[in-house]
Design a protein around this ligand. Structure first.
Ligand SMILES: Nc1ncnc2c1ncn2[C@@H]1O[C@H](COP(=O)(O)OP(=O)(O)OP(=O)(O)O)[C@@H](O)[C@H]1O
Ligand SMILES: [Mg+2]
Length: 273
């Protein structure tokens, strides 16, 4: 039997609260009377939406999100590597330190990100070393094998998030930290800013159209077909920033259309037609 639950955001962050309210409304409208609004996910849930609590034990009954939804190792995917507009290598701590030094020797700063989600990203400027830069955090990376993604630091502008469900771009919006679905004007919102923390947006439908064309070219290259795809102007060319797992209620929406996204996700897991 199906058992569906949504866990609303209970913290103080304004944008997260607005996004959570939108997803809750969209879920309740799409599946009236079928979704329990909970503070703890039931241990026999079949579909859960919203952010799970820390150290949550995944019920064996769960079909959404599937275990394969939870983590994407996009840094190994040819479709990412050939469209990242920068070199990307994954190393253990010693290898990453060596790679950072190599990047510095070419006259660039390095950008380092942990493979563990939401764990660590940083720029390692020329004139410093990775270990000195990581300081006490180095202990998290010792004896972990390849867990550090090393790239050269590049110029990224006009970042944009596109939600892709079963190979189809569904909705998208500029990566603008202050934006929420309340700022949504169109399925693919035209507002972009130079940097995510910059509120000064311009409406650039032409650029968003080019981002969508690019997304349609690269999606078929990926080994899985549902994710959020972050793109940007990278050193002046369209490229991929990163991909994230598509878990409804667990990923920043910015000014995307939450109703379109919710319907597509529910269709994708067979809960709506
Ligand atoms: N090579 C790079 N050079 C310069 N800036 C970068 C580079 N890669 C990413 N960035 C910037 O850093 C931000 C964070 O990087 P990214 O999106 O890869 O990680 P994240 O979202 O912090 O990680 P997680 O996947 O753990 O959520 C990007 O939105 C982009 O602005
Ligand atoms: Mg990101």
């Amino acid at each position: 039997m199906l058992k569906l639950a949504f866990r609303p955001y209970a913290g103080d962050d304004r944008e997260e609260k607005i996004e959570s309210d939108h997803i809750e409304r969209a879920l309740l409208a799409a599946l009236p009377g079928q979704i329990a609004i909970v503070s703890t996910f039931p241990s026999d849930a079949t579909h859960v939406f919203g952010r799970p609590p820390k150290n949550w034990a995944r019920p064996a009954t769960l079909s959404y999100p599937a275990a394969s939804h939870l983590h994407l190792d996009y840094w190994n995917w040819d479709g990412f590597l050939s469209n990242a507009r920068r070199t990307t290598q994954v190393h253990d701590l010693a290898g990453a330190s060596k790679r950072v030094a190599e990047i510095h020797a070419t006259g660039h700063d390095a950008f380092v990100k942990a493979t563990m989600p939401k764990f660590h990203t940083s720029v390692v400027p020329r004139g410093t070393t990775l270990s000195r830069h990581l300081d006490a955090l180095v202990y998290s990376f010792i004896d972990r094998g390849p867990c550090l993604i090393v790239q050269e630091r590049v110029e990224m502008k006009h970042e944009y998030r596109i939600f892709v469900v079963n190979g189809e771009p569904v909705t998208g919006a500029g990566t603008v930290f202050s934006h929420t679905p309340d700022d949504n004007q169109a399925p693919f919102n035209p507002l972009v800013s130079t940097n995510p923390s910059d509120d000064n947006c311009t409406s650039d439908e032409a650029l968003v159209g080019r981002y969508l064309d690019f997304a349609r070219q690269v999606i078929p290259l990926m080994p899985t077909q549902s994710f959020s795809l972050d793109v940007a102007m990278i050193n002046g060319e369209i490229g991929i920033v990163e991909l994230n797992p598509l878990m409804l209620g667990q990923i920043g929406l910015f000014a995307c259309d939450p109703t379109l996204l919710t319907s597509a996700v529910l269709r994708g897991c067979g809960l709506a037609s």
